[in-house]
Design a protein around this ligand. Structure first.
Ligand code: SF4
Length: 529
């Protein structure tokens, strides 16, 4: 075994990648990510009893984020994070380096110990670690817009510290649930950062057509990067198109005011290798999800922040996107207009139905439920991915009765967001609430509806049907469970890192249910004959 990684849904044989990643990650990169995680645990040990600073928080958050799936394939970049974490630890505990009586109190942790642990302990520690990696992504994006929270920062160290300790299962389970609650706070922080800087999202139709002339495609989740790119390309004759999880950007007033933010390119992340094939434009990756780059577009891939790929040009902390703009002008874009469709061949594309937009029509929604015009709401969302079985979500939405409404978020929506399934009393039957972190919006809407109907969230005519792929889905699921939400349906397959005992505990406590077949699940949820 030359590596060990089982953190995503795509993991080899549904068990673990041990020779190379299905995602394209090489064994030496995976091992460096383990070394970085071990150093982060050492950093958390050094923080215990000392006072971390802003640079400590940045080292911890970025170090966790860079180990998430499809963020970095670049061993050199990961090695720089390792050195950065070591330097931060040395700053916190300067005397450790000169100490004559070696106690190993602040040492890095050997991740092989975790991967080789008892399967239930390994499962709980994996939930904790992968949840921390997911939450680090949100904390990173909030920091980019100037928002941080001490309790969120503190939990990164608490969680990392616990990973290096021998703790009983019940203590680890409590920590996993605590992570869910802290992640709610982190998503709230990011929501405040996004809406504070960019305004409140509004429903908007988004074009799937690409105009002739130079353009840039921007992918990932970082709205701060998109804003900077829009500012730097103003008046330059270069159009900007969002890709995958960047789609909800079109709903934000401070982004959509730029006339050169034209529309959306392509579909979800896992289709990028075919959609970017020979693209006459540069692509800027601001966060996951980057896939191994094909030669036909390797010279036009740019990365920034935590994202990196060997050989790809990287935009540093100065965020000077001049090389990207130059590449766009050099490549020139398409000569003729080009129209793209969704995966079902449809052209419809809307977004911007975040909490304020939905709650602004709360009266209409409540009335529709009371009169029976709306029988049920489904939140069908989460990550998209490449493995077969994900058409479950397309079929589920197609089969959902006409008196149901589909709320959605994250890139899993590309499985059905080109379908025109109509409206109910002026309410669109598909409402895109935003990126994965906008699960915060969904929770807020659910809480407001439960108040309006004077019932618990679990008694609402609402079912969550989630798809997972990477670690942000882990922290979101933990948030939903920490709020006491039950009967969540999850798929397309179960996590390799959740052991049978832990799965059974989650099923017993929260009625967490694996998806089966769309029709059968709909019948069960709606009580149909
Ligand atoms: Fe395998 Fe997923 Fe890890 Fe990549 S991230 S190495 S596909 S488990």
């Amino acid at each position: 075994m030359s590596m060990f990684c089982f953190q995503c849904e795509e993991t080899a044989n549904g068990t673990a990648c041990t020779a190379g990643g299905v995602c394209g990650k090489k064994a030496d990169t995976a091992n460096l990510q383990d070394a970085l995680t071990g150093e982060l645990i050492g950093l958390a040990r050094a923080v215990d009893g000392n006072t971390p600073t802003e640079s400590t928080h940045k080292a911890a958050i970025d170090g966790l984020f860079v180990t998430a799936t499809n963020v970095s394939f670049d061993g050199e970049a990961i090695s720089r994070h390792i050195e950065n974490v070591k330097a931060e630890k040395a700053r916190l505990v300067p005397k450790c380096g000169e100490c004559q009586s070696v106690c190993s109190r602040n040492d890095a942790y050997d991740m092989a110990r975790l991967w080789g642990d008892n399967e239930d302990i390994r499962s709980l520690k994996s939930l904790l670690l992968f949840g921390l990696r997911g939450m680090a992504a949100y904390a990173h994006h909030a920091r980019a817009l100037g928002k941080t929270d001490e309790s969120v920062n503190a939990f990164f160290y608490k969680g990392l510290f616990a990973l290096g300790e021998d703790k009983p299962a019940d203590e680890l389970f409590s920590l996993v649930m605590e992570l869910g609650s802290v992640n709610m706070k982190c998503m709230e922080l990011l929501d405040a950062a996004n809406t504070g800087a960019l305004g409140t999202p509004q429903p908007v139709k988004v074009s799937r057509s690409i105009e002739p002339g130079p353009f840039i495609v921007i992918s990932g989740h970082d709205l701060a990067d998109l804003k900077l790119l829009l500012e730097q390309t103003e008046g330059q004759g270069v159009n900007i198109y969002t890709h995958s999880e960047m789609l909800p950007a079109h709903g934000y007033p401070e982004l959509k005011k730029y006339p050169h933010l034209k529309g959306n390119f392509g579909t979800a992340w896992q289709n990028q290798q075919s959609e970017f094939d020979n693209i006459p434009a540069p692509v800027l990756f601001t966060a996951n999800c980057l896939m191994p780059v094909k030669p036909s577009y390797a010279d036009r891939v740019f990365t920034t922040s935590a994202v990196s790929y060997p050989g790809a040009a990287h935009i540093g902390q100065d965020k000077d996107f001049t090389p990207v703009v130059k590449k766009a002008l050099e490549l020139g874009g398409y000569k003729e207009p080009r129209s793209m469709t969704g995966i079902n061949g449809g052209g419809a594309l809307t977004t911007g139905f975040a909490k304020d937009a939905v709650l602004s029509v709360a009266g209409k929604v409540i009335e529709a439920v009371k009169t029976g015009a709306v029988r049920h709401f489904f939140l069908v969302g989460g990550c998209d991915g490449a493995k077969p079985g994900r058409n479950y979500y397309t079929e589920f939405v197609k089969e959902a009765p006409k008196d149901t409404i589909i709320l959605t978020l994250a890139c899993g929506k590309y499985r059905f967001n080109d379908l025109d399934i109509g409206e109910i009393g002026g309410l669109p039957r598909i409402m895109d609430m935003g990126q994965c972190n906008d699960a915060f919006s969904a929770v807020k809407v659910a809480l407001a509806l439960s108040e309006a109907f004077n019932c618990s969230v679990n008694e609402l005519p609402l079912t969550l049907v989630l798809s997972w792929y990477e670690q942000k889905a882990v922290c979101i699921l933990l948030t939903l469970l920490s709020l006491g939400l039950k009967n969540i349906h999850i798929g397309p397959s179960l996590s390799a890192f959740v052991s049978p005992n832990i799965l059974s505990a989650l099923a017993d406590k929260f009625s967490l249910t694996p998806v089966s077949a769309p029709k059968a699940d709909l019948q069960k949820i709606l009580g149909l004959p």
